[in-house]
Design a protein around this ligand. Structure first.
Ligand SMILES: *Cc1c(COP(=O)(O)O)cnc(C)c1O
Length: 432
């Protein structure tokens, strides 16, 4: 089946004249998979509709936030109620207190929390606080982890940065770059060596406790525990970047399922229910360094925006009160993953599927994928073909090998089976 994509193509032509690359965030451009991006007109539940009227089953969900599917009525109602009271005050509101209380209840390591407008802001601010608190300059990050587009993090960065071939972005000064040390994910010995060589100078170790931004990569047994122990011994703050995993893997995020308590946590995506929201929080002793309680400056005209807080509060309230959401997501995602594995095995195709909760990635490689180097053994040409075949069959995947898929509660068993059937056909076609 060939889809009519003429309206999307025409819009992309116009977009490229007035927007760099035609998109407001790089991975949207389909550069890694070929062809033009689809321009989306609307979405509801499990479905996405483009400007040409094509309908797709959603497997990205706005890169995570739409965990309850699109245009969820409960969130819509909360936003509608907030809208009639003006869109921004730049003054404190009750909703900000309520969402902070809720976050602290759901993620017990967070005693105090500050709301910001994106995941990028959250990670930039968390690192600044860690530096202010410890009086040290350097940070350690992991190759292939993505923490937003702050200068300090665009060193061996994942997500769009690796997809576009710029993990070390031009425009980041040498001065900034020298304060970011990198290690391979899951390599505790490498981190210990870095810490020993830079004794007393490292403020924080930041990581995605489950990586989503080099594709889905799980922490090896003992890795998170080892980092926690090392941080405790050396006075280093452990920052879990849970922008992706927070409220997705469990109501308390990855730290709940792996039982490791970070000093600081960064959040985004689901926390805004689809509105632009981020947050960072952690131990009160550390968060009390944030202005105006303490000396580390961080501010935002639109931070804690009332419309965004209404959407976020509705989302988090639902997840807090409905733990069965995670049971369902785990079950439906397992069904899809099992189906894909069966298809791949019966065709004899090389593959590795990494999976936890409602996040998973299919890599076209026979290596175990445990870090960035092993993720890069994937056949990205094959992934591009697979992506296009799935799209033709009405399945909307992340347009890069180095991304994770996010399943929503709108995916029924029937839809899961449709996805599995499409996967089988797509694999057959690229195989022959
Ligand atoms: C998406 C993401 C970010 C950046 O969040 P933005 O809202 O895009 O700025 C940071 N860290 C992780 C782990 C992410 O997945």
């Amino acid at each position: 089946m060939r889809l009519n994509r003429s309206s999307s193509a025409a819009l992309f032509d116009r977009a490229q004249k007035v927007i760099p690359g035609g998109v407001n965030s790089p991975v949207r451009a389909f550069k890694a998979v070929g062809g033009n991006p689809l321009f989306i007109k609307s979405a509801k539940g499990a479905y996405l509709y483009d400007e040409d009227g094509n309908k797709y089953i959603e497997m990205i969900n706005s890169w995570g936030p739409m965990i309850l599917g699109h245009a969820n009525e409960m969130i819509e109602e909360a936003v509608r109620n907030a809208i009639g009271k003006s869109f921004s005050f730049g003054a404190p509101t009750k909703a900000e207190v309520e969402i902070a209380e809720l976050i602290s209840h759901m993620v017990p390591s967070i005693e105090k929390v500050r709301m910001v407008n994106s995941g990028t802001e959250a990670t930039m601010s968390a690192v600044r606080v860690a530096r202010g608190f410890t009086g040290r300059d350097k940070i350690i990050k992991f190759e292939g982890c993505y923490h937003g587009h702050g200068d300090s993090f665009l060193i061996a960065a994942g997500s769009g940065a690796v997809t576009m071939g710029t993990p070390d972005s031009p425009g980041v000064t040498e001065g900034t770059a020298k304060d970011t040390l990198t290690a391979p994910f899951n390599d505790l010995a490498a981190v210990e060596t870095l810490v020993a060589k830079n004794k007393g100078t490292i403020a924080a170790i930041i990581l995605e406790p489950v990586v989503g931004n080099m594709g889905c990569v799980l922490p090896a047994q003992g890795f998170l525990e080892g980092l926690r122990k090392l941080c405790d011994q050396e006075g280093i703050l452990l920052i879990f970047d849970e922008v992706m995993t927070g409220f997705r893997l469990a109501k308390g995020g990855a730290q709940e399922i792996f039982g490791i308590t970070p000093d600081l946590t960064t959040m985004g995506k689901i926390i805004g229910g689809g509105m632009p929201v981020g947050a960072y929080g952690g131990r009160a002793e550390i968060m009390n360094y944030v202005s105006p309680a303490g000396p580390v400056y961080q501010a935002g005209t639109l931070s804690g925006n009332p419309i965004a807080m209404a959407a976020g509060k509705a989302m988090l309230t639902y997840l807090n009160e409905h733990p069965e959401t995670y049971t369902y997501l785990n079950k439906i995602t397992q069904r899809i993953v099992d189906g894909f594995r069966h298809n791949l095995e019966s065709l004899g195709l090389l593959h590795t599927i990494n999976h936890v909760g409602s996040m998973f990635s299919l890599f076209f490689t026979n290596s175990d994928v445990v870090n960035f180097d092993s993720a890069k053994t994937s056949n990205t040409t094959m992934f591009g073909k697979y992506f296009q075949k799935m799209l033709e069959k009405g399945i909307y995947l992340a347009p890069s090998q180095y991304e994770t898929l996010f399943i929503s509660t709108a995916i029924t068993e029937e839809l899961a089976d449709k996805i599995i059937a499409a996967n089988k056909e797509a694999l057959k076609e690229i195989h022959s």
